[in-house]
Structures are given as structure tokens and as C-alpha cells.
Write a protein that binds this ligand. Structure first.
Ligand SMILES: [Fe+2]
Length: 183
């Protein structure tokens, strides 16, 4: 959220105000619902829920990191380049933290691996989907990754190495689904 607010300030200063969607009642209700679903899942899944949370987080940190990288390679705005460089450094730390904890929790833990794989296959959607529509998320996935299949492949190569996620190809299949839904 700190990053989002910083980027919104930068855009506003350049005459493009962006509304903070996560402050609308619908999204606040969504956040509250998410909190209760988390509690429920933690009760049902037990200790392995923490592995799901950390793996889920690793996926989101990595996709966010690569997303900022694409934006940074496209912009000619020097300030945005600087801001994104620092934001990306933070996201890289987040990613390695989530990934390392997830790997620690999942190593030699077949039950955890099965649950994490099931959760990502059936429940995961790109970060931000709760705040935007499916169309917005699809347009973002296509706009950022469709003409860079190697980026999705490279992300999947990293994520597939988390115990339990072999050959999952979560990012590639998400982009493929967004492309298939076009029009
Ligand atoms: Fe992050």
C-alpha cells in the first residue's frame, strides 16, 4: 500500500489522479471477508496454512517485482525509474523472505505440498484482482507479459522449484487464460 500511495502521488503530480480503490466500502468489506476466510482456512488446514500463506506471498511478490521491472524498462520518466528501482529492491527482499520461509515449511512435508499446490491451482488469482475487475486483471496480464513469454517462463522456473509446485507453471497458464478470454 505504501508503494501504491507513492506511485499515486507521482501520477497526481503529473496531472493523472488515481483513485485509491481499496478505500471503497466494497473493498473494505472484501478485506474483512478475506480475514474471516483466512481464519476459517487456518482452522481447517492447521499448521500447513502458514506454508500456503508464504507460498502465495512469494508468488505475489515475484509477479509484482517483474511487473515493476517491465514498467521501469518502458518509461522514460527519470523520477519513476528511480522510484521503481527502490521499490523493486524492496520487493526483491519480500520475495526472497516469503520464498525461503515457504521452502522451509514445505521441505519433507508432503501434506503441506499437496495443500499448497491445490490452493494455488484452484484459489489463486493475480494480485490486485480483488481490487479490480477480471477484465482489468486480464488486460494487465496481457499488456505486461503477452509479448514477453520468456518472463513468464522464467518466473515459473523459479516458482516450480518450491517443493510441491513442480511443473505447475502458474504464471504462464494465467497469461494464457487471459489471452484466451480476450474479446
Ligand atoms: Fe511486496
Amino acid at each position: 500500500m505504501v508503494h501504491a500511495e507513492m506511485l499515486a502521488r507521482l501520477l497526481e503530480a503529473r496531472g493523472t489522479p488515481v483513485e485509491a480503490l481499496h478505500r471503497r466500502p466494497r473493498h473494505r468489506r472484501g478485506a474483512t471477508r478475506g480475514k474471516y476466510l483466512n481464519l476459517l482456512a487456518r482452522g481447517l488446514v492447521g499448521a500447513d496454512f502458514f506454508a500456503v500463506h508464504m507460498t502465495w506471498g512469494a508468488v505475489n511478490e515475484l509477479t509484482t517485482l517483474r511487473f515493476y521491472g517491465v514498467i521501469r524498462s518502458r518509461t522514460e520518466n527519470a523520477l519513476l525509474k528511480d522510484v521503481l528501482r527502490d521499490v523493486m529492491a524492496q520487493e526483491a527482499v519480500h520475495y526472497s523472505f516469503y520464498r525461503n520461509v515457504a521452502i522451509g515449511r514445505l521441505t519433507d512435508n508432503p501434506r503441506g505440498q499437496r495443500i499448497v499446490r491445490w490452493a494455488l491451482e484452484h484459489l489463486w488469482s493475480p494480485v490486485g484482482l480483488g481490487l479490480r475487475t477480471r477484465d482489468d486483471a486480464d488486460r494487465l496480464a496481457r499488456g505486461i507479459f503477452e509479448d514477453r513469454p520468456e518472463l513468464a517462463t522464467q518466473m515459473d522456473a523459479q516458482l516450480n522449484r518450491i517443493p510441491g509446485l513442480a511443473d505447475l507453471n502458474l504464471v504462464g497458464s494465467t497469461v494464457d487464460a487471459a489471452v484466451a478470454r480476450r474479446g
